[in-house]
Design a protein around this ligand. Structure first.
Ligand code: UDP
Ligand code: MG
Length: 317
């Protein structure tokens, strides 16, 4: 099978028939063999009935229904788990992403040998506030991950099948799938400018908490991918630096006092020096960071995933 299209959706009953017909048209015109996997993320409208009807009419359309709303990442994860096609395309259900981009995204994987290609909504039709914050997120994500993408969270993306089978999208990490892919060892990550439309039916499913969550998730994805297998390298380093500063300050304060005593000049009390307090606090914080590092090491040692690596090839079975 050439292509699997994965569509996470939550209350999108009005869009689905149009979307399915459009995808079908593109697939037939390009002679692709395909499947469309629609994941109903616990909708409380008629989305599931619509999916069942669509799939009766066209068996290439398949549905998965969650009992409750788990979020877009969970829906993507279940879709990725089920796909069979060589190339996997993810897209939103609200008709903001255009199925006409599918052939281009497919070719960048098969012909230009990218592992993953992210859409770039260069001209996007979203509220002003979202465009601004999104610029900031993308810039930060580029800086911490070193991946040169303009639009990390574009719903429209294509992947080689092994990529989606090797990454685990959880929580709200769908915003940072390129970073997850990179840390799973897939470095050929490309970008393609895609058309974007204003939402035709219904309204956005994310509130303002998306901005805070997006920021916190960026911190965790960076930390986890860089340090989860060796937390002491993070905490230990900062702990050592801070503790050493404290130690230097303490020695300076003590030496000052001793020199004064030995020369019989009246020295001020050590507690009158600001360095005394700096020394005190820095040594306490440094020690705490160290202990945090040790505990984090113990936690990661007992994790069942501590020795799970993504193996690409072997010369034996
Ligand atoms: N979505 C989902 N579960 C959720 C929230 C959203 O499956 O809990 C789907 C939604 O139906 C749509 C896609 O994720 O297909 C993108 O959501 P939306 O269009 O609301 O986001 P925006 O375009 O505002 O970023
Ligand atoms: Mg949308």
């Amino acid at each position: 099978m050439d292509i699997s299209v994965v569509i996470p959706l939550f209350n999108e009953e009005e869009s689905l028939p149009e979307l399915a017909a459009w995808i079908e048209k593109v697939m037939v015109e390009n002679n692709f063999t395909y499947e469309v996997i629609m994941i109903d993320d616990g909708s409380n409208d008629n989305s599931w009935d619509v999916i069942e009807k669509l799939s009766q009419r066209n068996p290439n359309i398949k549905g998965i229904k969650f009992r409750r709303n788990y979020g877009k990442s969970a829906a993507l994860f279940s879709g990725f788990d089920a796909v069979q096609g060589d190339v996997v395309i993810s897209m939103d259900a609200d008709l903001q992403d255009s199925p006409d981009e599918i052939p281009g995204l497919y070719r960048m994987i098969t012909e230009e040998k990218y592992d993953m290609v992210s859409g770039w909504k260069k001209k996007r039709y979203d509220p002003f506030i979202k465009k601004i914050t999104s610029k900031f997120f993308n810039r930060t994500a580029r800086a911490v991950s070193g991946i040169k993408l303009h639009d990390f969270n574009c719903g429209l993306k294509s992947y080689r099948k092994t990529v989606v089978k090797s990454i685990e999208v959880y929580g709200e990490m769908h915003r940072y799938i390129p970073i997850l892919a990179k840390y799973a060892g897939f470095v050929r990550i490309g970008e393609m400018v895609v058309q974007h439309q204003a939402r035709k039916y219904g309204k956005t499913k994310f509130g303002i908490e998306r901005f805070i969550n997006g920021f916190l998730d960026l911190l965790s994805v960076t930390f986890i991918s860089k340090f989860s297998k060796r937390p002491m390298h993070f905490f230990g380093l900062i702990g050592t630096i801070i503790f050493s500063l404290g130690l230097i300050a303490a020695v300076a304060v003590g030496a000052n006092k001793l020199v004064a005593i030995s020369q019989h000049i009246s020295a001020p009390k050590v507690t009158e020096s600001p360095y005394f307090y700096i020394a005190l606090i820095a040594m306490v914080i440094g020690t705490q960071l160290f202990l945090t590092g040790f505990i984090a090491e113990l936690v990661s040692r007992s994790s069942s995933e501590r020795n799970s690596y993504k193996i690409e090839k072997k010369t034996f079975e």
